[in-house]
Design a binder for this molecule. Sequence first.
Ligand code: SF4
Ligand code: SF3
Length: 548
Amino acid sequence: MDMFCYQCQETAKGSGCTLRGVCGKLPETSARMDLLLYATRGVAILNTLLRKNGEADREADHQVIDALFTTITNANFDNPSLDDYIRRAFEVKRELKAKCEKAAIALPDAPEVALEATPADYEKLESVTGVLAEPDPDKRGLRQLAIYGAKGAAAYARHAANLKYEDDEVYAIIEEVLADVSRADISVDELVKVVLRMGEGGVKAMALLDSANTGTYGNPEITKVDIGVRKNPGILISGHDLRDLEELLEQTAGTGVDVYTHSEMLPGQYYPYFKKYPHFAGNYGNAWWKQVDEFETFNGCFVFTSNCIVPPRQTATYTDRIYTLGVVGMPGTHHIEADAEGRHDFSEVIAKAKTCPAPTEIEHGEIIGGFAHHQVEELAPKIVDLIKRGKIRKFVVMAGCDGRFPSRNYYTEFAEALPDDCVILTAGCAKYRYNKLPLGDIEGVPRVLDAGQCNDSYSLVRIAMALQEAFGLESINQLPLVFNIAWYEQKAVIVLLALLYLGVQGIHTGPTLPAFFTPDILKVLQEKFAIGTISTVENDIATLIGEK
Ligand code: SF4
Ligand code: SF3
């Protein structure tokens, strides 16, 4: 069967994956995701109606965010797991219908609400549930833009919920957006508003996750992170979920197994709370896409708490040592279910890790991070002084994702070419393109300030607002601050929408613009927000930074 997916930056030919995903997603998986999202839109429509009546269902909120999250790029490649999600979506939908009937709420005349199906129907329903079911490319693009934003926000809401931080408004916006994009009669203008509404939800979701992470584990602080190895066998933890990190550190204490971070878990190192664990080793390796090589030399076990997991090569020796949690799934690996309190039992992973050799060193040294809003606000007087004295000319926000395409060398070259009075503000795995370069510091302030994970882009906004206040400016657009962000998957989409919602102008996003931006969508975004993409390093330094 064929498929159609264009949700990430690496989509085939820059237009859409049709035979199989560049990420490794198969058509049977893609169609299951389409069916899941279609049924979930039905749930969202019903829960939005119930919410108006003061009867929104929290179980349904959770079903909605988990369905969105599991369909994000590089999260779930496992068909039986997706079948479970589909069954659950239809079950919740039936429960909500019954709730509506009880409350005398008339069921809306929407096919997403009416559809009854089983997971086995995925193929025959693809023409109804798939992205191409919308024939108009502009409406299709805007609908998907809103849905992709919802996926990113849902991921953040899930991590926050795992720490018992929930905000009904975040759920309300996600569901309202899913309900709105399901309206057959919605116009392009209305869809643009829906997209910005999703951006508002993104700001709230990131603020919620920031409260959850810092409220539970303290404020990130300046930290030097070892990138070498120790002598014990290790478990490598990847993804974004800090509660999972805490559980793993707790259960591995005293076992003789060390815990290392990988990719987006690196910022776990910056939280004071985790520093008390002597077996919490450093960060091993680089961004997500290098896992196919780096997992071979790590030698131990792997725990995935969220995206980005990559299908192991046929010749991979580590597949059986991968353990997935939450919405993550990969055939041939192990999935650890949470108990009723959301806790995981890692004893099998620990036992397996004990039989493994210690990691092989692939690099050594230290990287520095922990520049989230609280830490930077403490440094604010110094930073303001450096700006006033002309020592710092510009801040360049280079947050976002990394990816495997060679075109991303641009970001390394851009960082290297930046004049030495410019400081990079980063968050997300995009940082691996330049966080090991010797870029130095400006009177003790490092030239790469890493705030944390992609969701910590919220921190970058807080930092910008603090500077705006310090300089008494009306808008953050007046700051010596430019945006050259890299995107790959849908978490970067919600970061972008959040920035647009906050009125940030002139964002450059690359290495290529999304395939779902049609020329007309791009025109609107250019007119309203002066959005652009990248060209050459030389040109972009000239336009973004300019002459001294
Ligand atoms: Fe293609 Fe990206 Fe979709 Fe994977 S997630 S199928 S690479 S567009
Ligand atoms: Fe990276 Fe997947 Fe997006 Fe969280 S881990 S930023 S790509």
